[in-house]
Structures are given as structure tokens and as C-alpha cells.
Design a protein around this ligand. Structure first.
Ligand code: UDP
Ligand code: MG
Length: 323
């Protein structure tokens, strides 16, 4: 590892997943370099290209040739932000790893603060986003609501505003690498991993360039991963609701028998329809919940890799160009 040549200094790996971010990468690189310039660390920057279709691999290739501290791992296709983060962390060789977004919404000027907390003896320095300058009211409200619900129904506590901008000591990283589950929700894994943790707050600025890569669909599926990975409560809800509707149906039977015995039978079409629709709807909903968990078991059983890499750039390994 070239960047480890000076053994006297502590080393830091900075990991950034990028997906169609060709307009942001240079600026990100400059700001990280500026933030690290005055600090007494050796460092590497690991970009993980999550199957970009723009000029991202080209920009990365140029950067790796210009600066030997830059490495790039190019995915064969889009695997999603969490897989890209995992890949970067798998390849990080530093005494600490800092993960951050490549669109400058995780301000590189905060890197010294994270490193300071690390020096104070913390193994996990988690950042908490107080606000995002360009987040709409919808994203803000749903995010807050989501974390509130998640914290109620799962044993893991994640502060609202939790993000994937954090520093991990290499001991934590070593443990994290043992977690190989699919559909991962890294902020939940880290919140539950133990060690000495602390938080640092920040306000996320607007994206430097481009648009958010998280479509509503991606957001929903990420949100579901967080719930399904940590909570069996949805399964339990189905048990309790089943129990409740079972009890209610006993009452219903008593009522029907009473009507029958007292000769007050009515056509009863309305009640029948309501019961059939309600119970049918409930059954389908809970089948869906069970299906979600079974789908996840299916993914795990297949045991496929979390990602696969098409090319590695940097450290003079450019022989394998990705285009
Ligand atoms: N990203 C990724 N794969 C994806 C979507 C996003 O690697 O499938 C990267 C993206 O390039 C960025 C980071 O993850 O560096 C956060 O994404 P984005 O800024 O789009 O999310 P937002 O900040 O809007 O939540
Ligand atoms: Mg962003």
C-alpha cells in the first residue's frame, strides 16, 4: 500500500460512493485534499463508482493518475449506495475510515472534527444532520416520522438525522466486515455495533451539482430495509391483529346465534360484505409482510456477493480500464 509508506503517521481512508457524479468529483477531491493538507495523517481516497452512466469513471481515472492517494473501484452495475459504501469500507486500509457522500452534502471541512474525536478515543464518530439546506418539507417530515417509528418498533436506536457520514476506527471496521447481510441498513448496523461512540452535528449544504440519486422508489426500499432488518414487530402486528380479529369473530358468532335464536335474522348482506372485505384485506396485508421477510431470506440463502467490481484504478493498476 503506497500510502502506508510512512509508518510513523496514522492513516485514514476516505470512502465516497459516487453514482453519476462527474460534476462533483473534482470539487470533492479538492475539498478533501484541502481539509487533509494541514493534518498530520497519511490518507487515501477511495471512490466507489456505483455503475455510473456519465463520465464518472473517466474523471476518476484521471484523478487516480494525478494523485497516487486516490483509488477507484468501478462496479459492474448499479448496486445501490449501501453496497457501494460496503465495498469502499472493505477496501479501506487506514487506521480509521471516514465514509461520506461524493456530492459535498457531507462537508469535507468537518473531517478534522471527526479526526479530533477519534484522537480523543472514540471508535465511532457518527454525524447527525440537523437540517438539509435543500430538503423539501416532504423529505424532512417523512424522514423524521420514519426514524421516530423505527426507534419505537426496533431495538436499535438511531437519532433522527442519522447519516452515512461517519468515522470508524479500524477495530470497528474489522467487526463491521463480518456482517455480510444483503439489503443492509448500515446506520442500523453501526448503531448496534457497540464500541465507544459519539456524535457530531452538522447542517448539510445543498448538493454541489446534479440531482439527488435517490428516487422515491429507492428511498422507500431503503426505508423498508431499515425496518425489516431490525424489527420483527411487523410480523408480530400480524399475530396480534389476527388474535384481535379472532376474538371479534367470537363476539360476531354470539351475535349471529342470538339473532338466529330470537328469530331476528336479517338479510345481513352489508355485514357479510364488510367482514369479507376487512378480513380479506388484512390477510393480504399480512401475507405481504410475511412475503417481505421470506424474500429477504431468499436473498440471503442465494448467498450472492454484495457487489462485483469491473475494474480497480489507482496504485498504478490502470491496466484494466472500465470502458
Ligand atoms: N449513490 C450511489 N448509488 C446510488 C445512489 C446514490 O452510490 O444508487 C451515491 C451518490 O452519488 C451520492 C450518495 O450516494 O454520493 C448520496 O446520494 P444522493 O446525494 O443522491 O442522496 P441524498 O443526499 O439526496 O439523500
Ligand atoms: Mg446528496
Amino acid at each position: 500500500m503506497t500510502f502506508l509508506k510512512n509508518q510513523a503517521k496514522k492513516t485514514v481512508s476516505i470512502v465516497a460512493p459516487v453514482y453519476n457524479e462527474h460534476l462533483n468529483i473534482e470539487k470533492f477531491y479538492e475539498e478533501v485534499t484541502a481539509a487533509m493538507a494541514d493534518l498530520d495523517y497519511d490518507y487515501e481516497i477511495i471512490f466507489v463508482d456505483d455503475g455510473s452512466r456519465d463520465a464518472t469513471p473517466l474523471v476518476l481515472s484521471r484523478l487516480t493518475q494525478r494523485d497516487e492517494r486516490v483509488r477507484a473501484l468501478i462496479f459492474a452495475r448499479n448496486f445501490g449506495h449501501q453496497s457501494a459504501l460496503t465495498c469502499g469500507m472493505d477496501h479501506a486500509a487506514g487506521d480509521a475510515v471516514i465514509t461520506m457522500d461524493g456530492d459535498l452534502q457531507h462537508p469535507p471541512e468537518m473531517i478534522p472534527d471527526l479526526l479530533q474525536r477519534w484522537r480523543e478515543g472514540y471508535d465511532v464518530v457518527q454525524t447527525v444532520r440537523l437540517a438539509t439546506d435543500d430538503a423539501g418539507i416532504f423529505k424532512r417530515l417523512t424522514s423524521k416520522l420514519y426514524y421516530t417509528v423505527l426507534n419505537v418498533i426496533s431495538p436499535v436506536h438511531i437519532r433522527p438525522g442519522g447519516s452515512d457520514f461517519r468515522l470508524l476506527d479500524k477495530r470497528v471496521l474489522r467487526t463491521f466486515k463480518l456482517f455480510r447481510e444483503h439489503d443492509r441498513f448500515i446506520r442500523g448496523l453501526i448503531a448496534d455495533i457497540g464500541y465507544r461512540q459519539t456524535t457530531v452535528e452538522f447542517v448539510a449544504p445543498k448538493r454541489y451539482a446534479g440531482e439527488s440519486k435517490f428516487s422515491l422508489h429507492k428511498m422507500l426500499s431503503f426505508a423498508l430495509d431499515g425496518i425489516m432488518a431490525y424489527s420483527k414487530v411487523p410480523l408480530r402486528i400480524s399475530f396480534y391483529t389476527g388474535l384481535l380479529s379472532g376474538l371479534l369473530s367470537i363476539l360476531m358468532i354470539v351475535h349471529v346465534l342470538y339473532c338466529d335464536l330470537t328469530g331476528r335474522t336479517t338479510p345481513g348482506w352489508t355485514t357479510t360484505m364488510i367482514v369479507v372485505c376487512l378480513v380479506g384485506g388484512l390477510q393480504l396485508t399480512f401475507l405481504g409482510i410475511i412475503g417481505e421477510y421470506i424474500g429477504r431470506i431468499f436473498e440471503e440463502v442465494k448467498g450472492r456477493p454484495l457487489y462485483w467490481i469491473k475494474a480497480e484504478l489507482g496504485h498504478h493498476r490502470d491496466d484494466d480500464a472500465p470502458w
